[in-house]
Every structure is written in C-alpha cells, then in structure tokens.
Design a binder for this molecule. Structure first.
Ligand SMILES: Nc1ncnc2c1ncn2[C@@H]1O[C@H](COP(=O)(O)OP(=O)(O)OP(=O)(O)O)[C@@H](O)[C@H]1O
Length: 525
C-alpha cells in the first residue's frame, strides 16, 4: 500500500464522516420537528377536549357554572375576606330561617339547594352506575369506544381502560332534571332507543335497593322521559286524620265525585268517588289491614250530604259488629244472608223505579233528595258470596252484579270489603270499577286485586307492615302508576259523632224494628 492509496482512503473516510454527520443533523432536525409537532398536536387535542368539556358543563350545568364564575370574580376583585363574611352571614340567616320557619324555608330555599346538591353528589354521579347494574342501559355495538387514558399512574390507566372496555358500546339514559321535595326525590331521565318506560317500572325493586330506600316509583312523563322517584321519607308512617265533621250551620256542599278518603304518599289528599264512574269500589286486605277506615273516612267527609238526604247509606254487616256501631247512619241494614237479600232487593227495586222514571229523559239520574245517591257498604263480602247456602249465595251474587253493572247512571254505588280476593270468594270481583289493595298476605293477591303487573310496577301490598293499618295501593282508573295511600283514621268516638251528626242527634229517627228509614219515606228493606 503506497502513500497515495492511504491518502485517497483517508479522504474517502473523511467525506463519509462528513456525509454521516450531515445526515445525522438532518435526521435530528426532522426528529425534533416531529417531536415538536406531536407535542403541539397532543396539546391541541387536550385543549379541544378541555374546551369541549367546558362547553358541555356550561350547557348542562349553566347555573352552577355561573355561580362559580360569580364567586371567582368576587374573590378576584373584592378579595376572599368579604366573600367569607358574606357566605357566613348567608349560612347563618339560612339556619335561623330553617329553624324558625321550616315550611317557608323548604319551599323557597331548601328544596332547591337539596336538589342541586343531590344532582351533583348522588344522582349525576351514581345513577348511571345503578341503571347499568339494574339492566337499564342498552348495549349498542355501533357506539364508538371512548378510551380515556390517564397518564398519571399505570394503575389508574389500567382501570380507565378496563372501565372503558366495560362501558364500550353502552348507551346510558341521561339525567335531565332532579327535583327534591320533603319526602321524595324526582329524577327525570331520557330513555335511550330500545328502552320502554315499562322497563323502568319493572326495575323499581332493584332501584330501591341500589339507592337504599324503601320505595321507588316510576312515572311516565312523555314517551321517552320517565321520572324515577325515590322516597326518602315515608309520609304515611303515622296515622292520617279523617276530615273533621263540619259545624252543622256551616255544612258545605260535598263533591260526591271527589270525597276525601285519606292521604297519598306524596302528601296530597286521596279522594274517592262515591258517585259516578269508579264509585263501585272493592277494598281487599287481610284481617286488621284497615278496611273499615276506607269505609268510614269517606262517609265522614260526606256527612253533610248524608245528613241532608242527598246520600242514603245501606249497610250489610255479616259480622254484626262494625257497622252496628254506627247503626243510625244506615238507612237499610242487614246482618244475615236473608236480611242482606232484602236490602239488595230494595236497591234493585229502586234501580227499576229510577229506570222507569228517567228512561229516555236523561243519561244520568239528577241527584236530589227524591233520588239520592244510594250507597251500599257491603262488609265481609265473602261471608255471603261464598260461605252461605248456595241459593242465597247465587241470589246475592246476581243482585250485586246487576247493581254494579247498571247502578252508576241510577246513582247506586256498591262498595265491597274482602279479606280474600280470590275469584271463588268474590265472583263479582271484576265488576268493581276501582280497587284498593291494603295489606295482603301474598304477592299473587296483589295482581288479583289490582291486575297483572301491579306488583312489578310498585304496588307492594304484601310488604305493607302490620303496624300501618289503612295503608294500601290504588291503580287503574286514571292512575297511571300504583299509588300508595293511607285512609284517614276514624276513631270509635268519630263514628258516634258521625251518627249523631247525620241523624241530627237522633231526631231523624230510623225505625230499627222495621229496618226502615225516617219519615221522608227513604226506602225500606
Ligand atoms: N287508617 C288507619 N290509621 C290508623 N289505624 C287504623 C287505620 N285503619 C284501621 N286502623 C286500626 O287498625 C285496626 C284494624 O282495623 P280494621 O278493623 O279496619 O281492620 P279490618 O281490615 O277491617 O280487619 P277485619 O277484616 O279483621 O275486620 C283497628 O284497631 C283500627 O283502629
């Protein structure tokens, strides 16, 4: 190897090193640019997501956002001491208001603050999980997987990915609004395609368990919106009073189509018709369930009308105890099967008389003292429709059927009370237009009284505790979801006062011997 070869080799090597150095620098510049671009892209992506989140929050929680903005502005321009003093004063005023005037506080402030807080702390955060666990979400493969990668820690990252996988393709009903009353929270949710309000209705038990409350009610607001109501406090836990008997001088007109019977679980008045559609009522409940308060409470409310002769009450009392206590209230009264037949025949005669008098003139007999509302209170219906001799049983069943099917327009209403609501015991069960299910002994009895699906929709009458007599459920006839009610409690003294009131202290004499009404000739049995 001569010197020239060494020189050429050295020069070539130098050129190669130079080219490599240039290439390296170019690659480094490219890599640097790419890294900068990637960083910029990630930062932009992050900014877009944060911006999207802020816009979403502004749209969905605009009140909270505005309040936070106002607080932030206050802090920034007026300083935190004035903010703290103002917040403390407002809190103090609220405390005084709450303890001194709880009703006003609840109406104007408490419920709004509680609804806001519950939305943030409970329903907004936890409801989606409860709905998912109760099978109230829809798996949709078309929904894209939204993986949230958390760069903070590996564990969190793994959890986030696992959660995203679990939720992948799952559509959640959206919480639209939270309202909070003294005893109920109402959470409106928008259903996702594929769901029906009935799906929610059937999951009430599971939802109640998830929220750890004893009762959940689902109400259909519109085809795709339901209100899931959670009961925080039971307004029917203590006895409900019946209406006071009005002063005789002040006896007001009674709306016989909406007579006060007790209270609903929402704290509103529970009203029952004694006249017109829905007035034939069957009340079912085990022994001691409080059937008699469902009978007496509306009678107390209708006392002025009974007293003035616009309502004529007949009673069938196989036990010979319950109605006998207010015997004077009843224009016709029966204990045995034979007497019951006489009462029913008298009502059938009255029905025929009214039909003859008004046929072709009117579609409903106008209420008057000559043609008053005939109200039959039939206690222990089963005692005479099942547990008597066959002939009497058949005749009673036939009369009750005719009165139930033809009585409405002739102003004749039948109200029956049973312990056992089976078809064998009450063959005319279906002819009662409205049913009330008090505490019963089995789940199957709930559907026998209120109809199929009543239990699943929330009428849990077999779970009513024995300690709350008078509590029951009503459903159907304009009531879309099973409604829990409690009849007004009527004490023995009130029954006596009612008797005294409607008989004008005994002046309106009822001839017990002949089982006949007073001198106005108000029917005979
Ligand atoms: N609405 C009510 N509120 C509070 N207590 C009530 C109510 N209704 C009834 N009670 C009480 O519950 C008990 C049983 O009531 P009730 O006699 O009406 O039951 P029932 O269903 O008629 O039973 P049975 O079929 O055995 O006669 C009574 O002591 C009564 O005072």
């Amino acid at each position: 190897m001569n010197a020239a070869t060494v020189l050429i080799g050295g020069a070539g090597l130098a050129v190669l090193v130079w080219v490599l150095a240039k290439l390296g620098r170019a690659f480094a510049a490219i890599a640097e640019t790419l890294a900068a671009l990637a960083f910029l892209g990630l930062a932009l992506w992050g900014l877009v997501r944060v911006g999207g989140w802020i816009v979403r929050q502004l749209a969905t929680h605009w009140r909270t956002c505005l309040a936070l903005l106002a607080l932030g502005a206050w802090w920034r321009w007026l300083g935190w001491p004035s903010l703290a003093v103002t917040a403390g004063s407002v809190g103090l005023v609220a405390l005084v208001w709450r303890s001194g005037w709880p009703v006003g506080f609840e109406q104007w402030c408490g419920r709004w603050v509680r609804a806001w807080w519950l939305r943030w702390a409970v329903y907004g955060r936890k409801l989606p999980g409860w709905l998912h666990a109760c099978g109230l979400t829809v798996r949709d493969e078309a929904i894209p997987v939204d993986v949230t990668v958390n760069l903070v820690s590996r564990r969190r990252k793994r959890e986030a990915v696992a959660q995203s996988r679990r939720d992948a393709g799952v559509a959640f009903p959206r919480v639209l609004r939270v309202r909070s009353g003294p005893s109920w929270d109402e959470v409106r949710v928008r259903l996702v395609p594929g769901q029906t309000p009935e799906d929610f209705g059937e999951a009430t038990r599971a939802l109640a368990t998830a929220r750890r409350v004893t009762r959940v009610q689902v109400r259909e607001i519109s085809p795709d919106v339901v209100s899931v109501d959670f009961m925080r406090r039971d307004l029917l836990a203590s006895a409900v009073s019946c209406l006071p008997l009005p002063d005789v001088a002040e006896a007001s007109a009674v709306d016989l189509r909406r007579v006060f019977a007790g209270s609903t679980e929402y704290g509103t008045a529970w009203r029952l018709p004694l006249l017109g559609g829905g007035a034939h009522i069957l009340v079912a409940g085990a022994s001691g369930a409080g059937k008699n308060s469902v009978m007496w409470s509306p009678l107390v409310s209708a006392a002025p009308a009974i007293r003035s002769g616009l309502v004529r009450v007949s009673g069938v009392d196989p036990k010979g105890m319950e109605l006998a206590y207010g015997r004077g209230i009843f224009c016709r009264y029966a204990v045995s099967g034979k007497e019951a037949l006489e009462v029913l025949e008298a009502l059938r005669d009255e029905l025929e008389r009214r039909k003859r008098a008004f046929a072709g003139q009117t579609r409903e007999v106008p209420l008057s003292q000559e043609f008053p509302l005939e109200l039959l209170e039939f206690d222990e219906l089963a005692a005479l429709t099942r547990y008597t001799d066959r002939k009497t049983r058949d005749a009673i069943t036939e009369h009750v059927s005719v009165l139930n099917t033809q009585g409405r327009a002739a102003l004749i209403s039948v109200r029956g009370y049973v312990q056992d609501p089976t078809k064998e015991t009450v063959p005319v069960r279906e002819l009662f237009t409205r049913r009330v299910c008090l505490r019963v002994t089995s789940k199957s009895q709930v559907s026998m009284v209120l109809g199929d699906g009543a239990y699943e929709r929330g009428a849990w009458a077999n779970r009513i505790p024995e300690s709350t007599p008078g509590v029951g459920y009503v459903w159907g006839e304009g009531i879309r979801e099973p409604l829990r009610v409690r009849a007004g409690w009527v004490s023995d003294a009130t029954v006596k006062a009612l008797e005294n009131y409607v008989t004008n202290g005994g002046a309106q004499v009822i001839d017990l011997a002949q089982n006949r009404c007073d001198s106005n000739g108000k029917g005979a049995a």
